[in-house]
Design a binder for this molecule. Sequence first.
Ligand code: PLP
Length: 447
Amino acid sequence: MLRDALPKVTMPLPGPKAAAVLQRRAECMPNGIKSIYPCVIARGEGAMFEDVDGNIFLDWVGGVGVLNIGYSQPEVIKAAKEQMDKYFHAMMNITTHERYIEFAEKMNEVVPVRGDKKKTMFVNSGAEADENAVKIARNYTKRPNIIVFSGAFHGRTVLTMTMTANRNYCIDMEPLADGVIRAEFPTLYRAPEGMDEAAAIKYYIENLEKTIASVGADTVAGIVFEPVQGEGGFIPAPIEWVKAVRAICDKNGILMITDEVQTGWSRSGRLFASEYFKEAGAAPDIMTTAKSIAGGMPLSAVTASMEIMDKVTPGTIGGTFCGNPVSCAAGMKVLEIMTKEDYPAKARKIADFCMKRFHEWEAKYDVVGNVRGTGSMMGVEFVTDKVTKEPNAKLVSDIVAKAVQKGLVLEAAGAGNVIRFLCPLCVTDAQLTAGLDIFEEVLKESM
Ligand code: PLP
């Protein structure tokens, strides 16, 4: 069974069939949709996929965080098929469908935002969820500005590419959206020189306060951040900083918005990373999520208190495909399985297993600058040496290119110098060990 297989590549990649498809891709698709991988999938199961030439890969990228439940989860397939047999689409502005209702009810039970009574709206992508969170926050507070952070990634629409820190995502696509103000994200490994953790957190809180003051706190609708920055390099937000953000929000009538597009759905060791914040008395007001929500079906969600949600003028939010019934049916099943099989515990177990190896590498190899993470949202940061901490993107691109030739699919983050772990959480121990072995082997070859 592919589900239990180990990586096996029997030819230089791309193989002949994959090369032919990639050639057609180059001719029919815009180059602006980027890929560096020689992979053309034929089928996927669990944490593994087989390509059109019969090579078998262990996927540590999982569709960039979409496949926490794994490829082709049989119960999710069944739930989606059963829904497909009834109807594919019903537009919530016209025909109410129950899949939306039951999944929204469930989301309101499990999403750890503030409020006794909560409401959830579904949209189609992470960017769309983040845009709607901003619209809802502006509407609720009647204020124009939002605070975002260095290293943030929130998507590729005009508003979310403005919120995204890396300007490579908007080359020659200006003008950007108004009302987006950036503060520094707490990056402890790269904190200002000489600062210990406590001093660094204080520095980042003061930076946030100054940024807010520069536009006037009474103009700020929301502070949006990722509990663990994804694209930014798998950097966890320290809990003391999050508590300070919550206090700043409360003092100034600002909404705290967590973007759990990548951190959500068990990856962090909890169903949502915001649960850690809630336990520390710092639950968000609005939470967005997407990616792994429906096992690969397109869906995303925004959840907030009824008070916040119901202030929005009817007709100003929603859209044709939002809350597709097949996606909602798949999402309900994903949530049921993650709860029944305790996927957050699987994430914690994977983290223990991998972190042991990653920490050994940190001690053993001068190019491994830092390993970190929350649950199994783990990042390994590569540098030219531990003293200068110069980002080593060249090494990481070599590692990624060599690993895929041995059947391990890896992806970079941060300044191109962090390997991120987004493997399906149903990965087996043998597959994890095989992945770690390939990773270390190509690291040694690439140094
Ligand atoms: N927010 C975060 C934290 C993300 O990681 C991403 C995508 O990587 C997005 C938003 C955008 O999601 P999408 O690509 O579904 O629009």
